[in-house]
Design a protein around this ligand. Structure first.
Ligand code: URA
Ligand code: SF4
Length: 208
């Protein structure tokens, strides 16, 4: 079955991985997107934050979490006492998936399928092996299913530190899950959704 593995070099060098990801054709999403959006941050970050997929802004700029969801996340990290300089940020799926609005002007985010999440996973595994974070923060259901499989429920675990499965070999040691910052932007009561996100993230500094 087709996936990213044949495009992922056997390397723990982030710069090599990032370069190689530019020509990934592990699923069909590269066809309509502008570019691959690889993760970014310090190469030995203690924390790896995992989102869903790049949005419209990320697709154009080539960097993760630079749009509205990223701004909100940056603010929440500060409030939770997590040093942005210790955080590597990436996405479960590295290409933007979208549909066009009726007039074709807007690109509307579409959820990646299970097949696309699985196809892109080799890049995430390579990033984990390169960064070797102590903690992975799962931002929403797509991130959770990419790392932990579809049975991991964010609603059950949010805000609590969970031991990572043995197969990760200690990188990460623990998993923290919470909602996706975009869901805060869409929430009817944004203030309380934001406060809940910050409260979840506050579990992180204790283990760092
Ligand atoms: N949402 C994500 O999940 N990732 C991004 O990079 C931007 C928005
Ligand atoms: Fe490759 Fe992932 Fe992009 Fe699919 S979404 S082409 S697997 S980088």
């Amino acid at each position: 079955k087709r996936d990213a593995s044949e495009f992922v070099p056997d390397s723990t060098e982030l710069s090599r991985l990032r370069e190689a990801s530019r020509s990934c054709r592990g699923c069909d999403l590269y066809q309509d997107a502008t570019q691959t959006v690889f993760g970014g941050g310090p190469k030995r970050a203690k924390v790896l934050m995992l989102g869903e997929q790049p949005g419209d802004r990320e697709d154009r700029e080539g960097e993760p979490f630079v749009g509205p969801a990223g701004k909100l996340l940056d603010r929440a990290l500060v409030e939770a006492g997590i040093d942005r300089g210790e955080v590597y940020v990436t996405n479960a799926v590295k290409h933007f998936k979208f549909t066009r609005s009726e007039r074709g002007k807007q690109r509307i985010h579409k959820k990646p399928s299970r097949g696309e999440i699985v196809a892109c996973r080799p890049w995430l595994v390579a990033e984990l092996n390169a960064v070797r974070p102590r903690l992975v923060v799962l931002l929403g259901a797509t991130a959770a299913s990419a790392l932990m499989g579809p049975s991991f429920k964010v609603t059950e675990h949010r805000g609590t530190l969970v031991e990572a499965p043995e197969e990760f070999g200690g990188h990460p040691e623990q998993i923290l899950s919470t909602v996706h910052p975009s869901s805060v932007l869409r929430a009817p009561d944004r203030d309380s959704a934001y406060a809940a996100l910050v409260a979840d993230l506050k579990a992180a500094p204790a283990m760092l």
